[in-house]
Design a protein around this ligand. Structure first.
Ligand code: UD1
Ligand code: UDP
Length: 368
């Protein structure tokens, strides 16, 4: 039983579901309803070939405690009713941890896809979610070698850990011929050159003082090149209140579907983001990525990709350097991360198929 709830979950789950399907394993998909707008949820099911969820718990938004409690209550009911043989969770959102906690206490084995990433920044809700989920998981699927190291350092038994590559990159590579930037530009009447931006981390969009500073910097970027930003609902009110749209070269959009969004990123002169997934996608697309964060749980996108951490005050200067054709101190695709080759879903399915046929004993390794 796959548990998905938020935008990045759908992109990661699609190749795993499809690879398990090809092997004929029986599966179901539970949508928690953490994200619910058509553009944050249903569009991904339409575009990525995910099966319609067997159930939508419609948990919706709330404080961390409210949302996590509602997720746990809904998932517990579901797990008891359907008795899944294994629960598969993705990434680091509240739905991920809630499912892990409920499953572990019902003695249902848990597989965590994208295990072992660490920002070492406990102020991020995602760091709490991913660390705890890894402790609860029977199977940890890692996207990069350093994630395997983190799990080992935290005492996770090596038998539980599988380095499989990155399913989010499977989704990208399988659709490379569908990302048509020219068509998107024409349809949305976008300029030819632009910086694509996306922001939703609480540390960037929740505090009005921080948002005001960020908006001023984005306006300095827009003095140099158009900025196109599909706005995540979390930052909609604060960015608007701070006057982000009040620059003639800032183009604010609704959140885009996956195909349109990656087409936008692919055609960008650069990307400004605080998204986890976008750091990975730009690594493969080779688009310079300025990550507005003090840290990243995905350092491989810096050492093997086109990503660079930046403060808001560095942003305008870094964009001018990119426009001047100067380097911005990234590895810029010297070699892509190992196993980011489009086959992560198949590797995960192979491990799960062995596991379900009894090669590994359920629950035997948890808590090592
Ligand atoms: C969540 C994840 C974050 C992930 C992001 C991906 C947690 C703690 N955070 O953050 O790790 O990077 O998803 O996008 O799980 N909202 C809508 N429509 C929706 C969904 C949300 O309007 O369909 C608004 C609501 O006002 C809500 C706010 O966005 O309160 C935040 O949503 P929530 O799911 O709690 O967290 P995200 O910031 O989306
Ligand atoms: N994405 C999208 N439309 C958008 C913004 C992002 O389809 O308007 C995709 C993006 O390509 C990536 C995923 O959503 O596959 C990343 O999700 P998000 O940034 O919301 O979460 P994070 O990765 O930070 O957890």
């Amino acid at each position: 039983m796959h548990i998905v709830g938020a935008r990045p979950n759908f992109v990661k789950a699609a190749p795993v579901v499809s690879a398990l399907d090809a092997r004929g394993l029986r599966q179901s998909v539970v949508h928690t309803g953490q994200h619910y707008d058509d553009r944050m949820s249903a569009v991904f099911f339409r575009e990525l070939g995910l099966p319609r969820p067997d159930v939508d718990l419609e948990v919706g938004s709330g404080s961390h405690a409210e949302q996590t409690a509602a997720l746990m209550t809904g998932l517990e009911r579901e797990f008891i009713e359907r008795s899944p043989g294994l629960v598969v969770v993705y990434g680091d959102v509240n739905s991920t941890l809630a499912a892990g906690l409920v499953a572990a206490k019902l003695h249902i084995p848990v597989a965590h896809v994208e295990a072992g990433l660490r920002s070492f920044d406990w102020s991020m809700p995602e760091e709490v979610n991913r660390r705890l989920t890894d402790q609860l998981a029977d199977l940890c699927f890692a996207t990069s070698p350093e994630a395997v190291g983190h799990l080992a350092a935290e005492g996770v038994s090596v038998d539980r850990v599988h380095l499989v590559g990155n399913p989010m990159i499977d989704t990208l590579l399988a659709r490379l011929d569908r990302f048509d930037t020219a068509a998107l530009r024409e349809r949305l009447e976008l300029p030819e050159s632009y910086v694509a931006a996306t922001l939703h981390r609480p540390a960037n969009v929740d505090d009005p003082g921080i948002v005001a500073r960020l908006v001023a910097r984005l306006h300095e970027v827009a003095d140099q090149i158009d900025v196109v930003m599909p706005v995540h609902p979390r930052g909609r009110a604060s960015l608007t209140a701070a006057g982000l749209a009040e620059h003639p070269r800032v183009h604010l959009l609704e959140p885009l579907g996956y195909i349109d969004f990656v087409a936008l990123v692919r055609g960008g002169t650069a990307v400004v983001t605080d998204s986890g997934g976008v750091q990975e996608e730009t690594t493969i697309l080779g688009v310079p990525c300025l990550t507005l964060r003090p840290n990243t749980e995905r350092p491989i996108t810096i050492t093997h990709g086109s990503n660079r951490l930046a403060t808001d005050s560095e942003l305008p200067g870094l964009v001018s350097k990119i426009l001047a054709g100067e380097g911005i101190d990234t590895a810029a695709l010297a070699d892509v991360p190992p196993l980011w080759d489009g086959k992560a879903g198949e590797r995960i399915a192979a491990v799960l198929a062995d596991w379900t046929s009894g090669v590994s004993a359920p629950g035997a390794n948890r808590g090592a």
